[in-house]
Ligand binder design. Sequence first.
Ligand code: NAP
Length: 278
Amino acid sequence: MGDTVGSSNSNASTTGRATSRWSLQGMTALVTGGTRGIGHAVVVELAALGASVHTCSRKEDDLTECLKKWASLGFHVTGSVCDVSVREQRDRLIRDVSSTFDGKLSILVNNAGTNVTKPTIEYTAEEYSFIMATNLESAYHLCQLAHPLLKASGAGSIVFVSSVSGVTAVNSGTVYAATKGAINQITKNLACEWAKDNIRTNSVAPWYIKTSLVENALQNKIFLQKIVDRTPMRRVGEPEEVSSLVAYLCLPAASYITGQVISVDGGMTINGGLYTSG
Ligand SMILES: NC(=O)c1ccc[n+]([C@@H]2O[C@H](COP(=O)([O-])OP(=O)(O)OC[C@H]3O[C@@H](n4cnc5c(N)ncnc54)[C@H](OP(=O)(O)O)[C@@H]3O)[C@@H](O)[C@H]2O)c1
């Protein structure tokens, strides 16, 4: 009898442990650029797994509409209007996050990013600074600002939304490629530097994903065909195919994974070139 009771208790606690490894219940997250595209999918994914999420974008109307929609779905999402390319606005964003979440942040997803694609010799100084500030400086500074909050959570996780452009040359523009290559290297360095604080750091590196950032490019049928021809799975990706990996990397189930850059690319980066046609 004692054995039976003991084993049923232990089954229950094993089940409880298994469930909590796949849940973000009780955790807090900041996702930059959550009103569209990959960031939007990440907010939904994290909130659906139980996290309280704070997000931001530059446009108040878009943010208000998203927050209203998420509240109607029962998700706990708050937001700030913030241009992450501006230092003072990043300071204010982290102050908002700290007061919303009582000084503790479990998850930081550095997602907001932009691009201007052109030949290298045509970039202006303003374009260079704009891409660098939005993609690289913002993510770096937000990591610095969020460090005490992530440490205070007891088990922090940073995920960068990088790009295959930081892994291999894909003709995306050299400034963008430089920002994403730097993000991938920061991922590895921070993983080592902040492991002692129980903060994990990983990157996801997407190939073409259907979002507003690339919709003009993908509308060009010849360009789209070139992309598909290089991709063994012969299609571009959906935002939800990136957000699922971001969420996984934030789960307790991923507790021994840090410093990794994982491509989400339908096999594009491992294609040696034989599989170019359907
Ligand atoms: N889509 C792809 O094919 C692809 C491939 C590889 C990597 N990525 C990366 O994925 C990330 C997300 O891209 P996406 O395709 O989802 O882009 P998107 O559809 O253009 O969405 C970008 C989101 O970020 C916000 N945002 C942009 N600049 C911001 C700023 N300065 N401050 C605050 N919020 C800002 C936008 O809102 P507001 O405009 O209202 O501010 C929007 O919510 C980027 O880092 C991008 O480099 C995308």
